[in-house]
Design a protein around this ligand. Structure first.
Ligand code: CO8
Length: 258
């Protein structure tokens, strides 16, 4: 299938989705979100893929929802079609790990898309923000909730109330991004990280992702119990036997349960 707003590539067990609307700074129109959903379904069902990378261009990850497309919507339309929620949440429901590689602007819906990924690798040129307040609305795809969980109330409140952008260094300090790398190295570093994950035991990777995500949905006691059940479950896998045997025998593991 050919896409008009994204590019889908597969390489070394990694599925790469590149947001590609250069004339509109990758503004997230409905067609782009639909295409991203189709690409994610494809990558999720492809046994050769072990990790997904979402990225943009050197200048922009995404400058938010498409303002021109949504500006004339009425309340009835927005509410009636469940505008934003429908389709957008697909990314956060992905079972395989998803890395966001962000250079340039990640604003509004762009920042929200990055936060729906499992972690963010940022170029030193990255700029994050929720500027919706400056155009008469508020974040609509989890920005007020996820940003607050990442950076805490005070900074999330300041960013959402003023629309101020934060640079990559501040975003790393605040806990929004996992790591900052020089812009020229972002794609290579992101691919290296994605390849590393894709090369590990598939079921164990899914369990690790599920366990970390549970921390955002439940109490500490319940989360720890959930983690322990999954930890025990790994002992039913050939890959756990192989991984530990390989360590003891000083050799590289050959994963079986892919
Ligand atoms: N929507 C539509 N078009 C856009 C958007 C956008 N979000 N951002 C940029 N563009 C277009 C511009 O209109 C311009 O098009 P044209 O050449 O036809 O005039 C082109 O991209 C280049 O943009 P600029 O000339 O403005 O480029 P600059 O380098 O001068 O500025 C900025 C870059 C600072 C990023 C600036 O473009 C900007 O402020 N953009 C809007 C940022 C913003 O407000 N984003 C939030 C949007 S609202 C939102 O995301 C709500 C989320 C709701 C839930 C999520 C679901 C989507």
């Amino acid at each position: 299938m050919t896409f008009e707003n994204i590019i889908l590539e597969k390489q070394d067990g990694v599925g790469v989705i590149t947001l590609h609307r250069p004339k509109a700074l990758n503004a997230l129109c409905a067609a782009l979100i639909d295409e991203m959903g189709i690409a994610l379904d494809d990558l999720e069902s492809d046994d050769a893929i072990g990790c997904i990378l979402v990225t943009g261009s050197e200048k922009t990850f995404a400058a938010g929802a498409d303002i021109k497309e949504m500006k004339d919507k009425t309340f009835q339309q927005a509410y009636g079609e469940d505008f934003i929620t429908k389709g957008w949440e697909r990314l956060s429901q992905t079972r395989k790990p998803v890395i966001a590689a962000v250079a340039g602007y990640a604003l509004g819906g762009g920042c929200e898309i990055a936060m729906m990924c499992d972690f963010i690798l940022a170029a030193d040129t990255a700029k994050f923000g929720q500027p919706e307040i400056t155009i008469g609305t508020i974040p609509g795809s989890g920005g007020t909730q996820r940003l607050t969980r990442f950076v805490g109330k005070s900074k999330a409140m300041e960013l959402c109330l003023t629309g101020r952008m934060m640079d990559a260094e501040e975003a790393e300090r605040a806990g929004l991004v996992a790591r900052v790398v020089p812009a020229a190295e972002l794609q290579e570093e992101a691919m290296k990280t994605a390849r590393k994950i894709a090369g590990l035991s598939r079921p164990v990777v899914l369990m690790a992702k599920e366990a970390v995500n549970r921390a955002f949905e439940t109490t500490l006691a319940e989360g720890v119990k959930f983690e322990r059940r999954l930890f025990h479950a790994t002992f039913a896998l050939e890959d756990q036997k192989e991984g530990m045997a390989a360590f003891a025998e000083k050799r590289a593991p050959a994963w079986k349960n892919r």
